[in-house]
Design a protein around this ligand. Structure first.
Ligand code: GLP
Length: 240
């Protein structure tokens, strides 16, 4: 794993943007695996700026990591809403080329199969990841078998608590989500993982210096042949 330590969140976002921009410049129809959360917002702001400055994202295809079960675009807490609000509605991407699990799918097993098949077809040129404070990637919570494809997950109490800051009340946080599994994530040609802030320091340490274990899902990234971690000083404070 290549590790780049930056001064702060802004520098982390800028370095991540440089990686993303190089991929789209070299391959205008690249498949970008995208993520939600607070961490990638600075990167998305730069992609919006980049599009205003002339880079076209029209042919780009996207596959997102995860979606809350039971939510869709009609909820402003859904991840599809987040992606439109923070990126897609501000660049020239064709919404038909954007993909995310359907949180309101009636048949959850079928939806997982559909998304696995889609990911087989749209192998990510790059998969962007944030990091949960418990070491999760996407919504793969500690204990998720590394061999898992897209699946429905019961969110842990710590994730429900972390994510409740974006809801009016913790009781509104969905208890389940669809997520790409570690297997889908590891198929990406390149992985770009970002982490910022002191509350991620323990998870960053485990991911970089700890053993590869299903108890810390992000540790699997040590086995990926092309993984770059861009991390600010606060989140990097425990790594050796
Ligand atoms: C959620 C998402 C993850 C994200 C994580 C960290 O649980 N499912 O994909 O990486 O939160 O979020 P944040 O970037 O807001 O710290």
């Amino acid at each position: 794993m290549k590790v780049i330590i930056t001064k702060d969140y802004e520098e982390m976002s800028q370095k991540a943007f440089e990686v993303m921009h190089a991929i789209v410049a070299a391959k205008p129809d690249a498949v970008l695996g995208l993520a939600t959360g607070t961490t990638p917002i600075g990167l998305y702001k730069r992609m919006i700026e980049d599009c205003k400055n002339g880079t076209s994202y029209k042919a780009v295809k996207t596959v997102n990591l995860d979606e809350y079960k039971g939510l869709d675009y009609s909820s402003d807490q859904s991840y599809v809403y987040f992606m439109r609000d923070n990126l897609f509605d501000h660049i020239d991407i064709d919404l038909k080329n954007t993909n995310i699990e359907n949180g309101k799918a009636e048949d959850a097993a079928k939806e997982c199969e559909r998304y696995d098949a889609l990911l087989e077809e749209l192998q990510q040129d790059v998969q962007l990841l944030g990091l949960g404070s418990n070491g999760h990637i996407a919504f793969n919570e500690p204990g998720t078998p590394f061999g898992c494809g897209t699946h429905v997950v019961d969110l842990t109490e710590s994730t429900i608590k972390d994510n409740s800051r974006l809801f009016k009340d913790i009781s509104e946080v969905p208890r389940q989500a669809f997520t790409q599994g570690p297997k889908n994530i590891m198929r990406a040609k390149k992985i770009l993982i970002l982490a910022s802030g002191q509350n991620k320091a323990k998870a960053v340490y485990g991911m970089v210096n700890g053993p590869v274990t299903e108890e810390l899902p992000a540790s699997i990234l040590q086995l990926h042949p092309d993984c770059t971690l861009i991390v600010d000083e606060a989140a990097a404070s425990l790594i050796k």
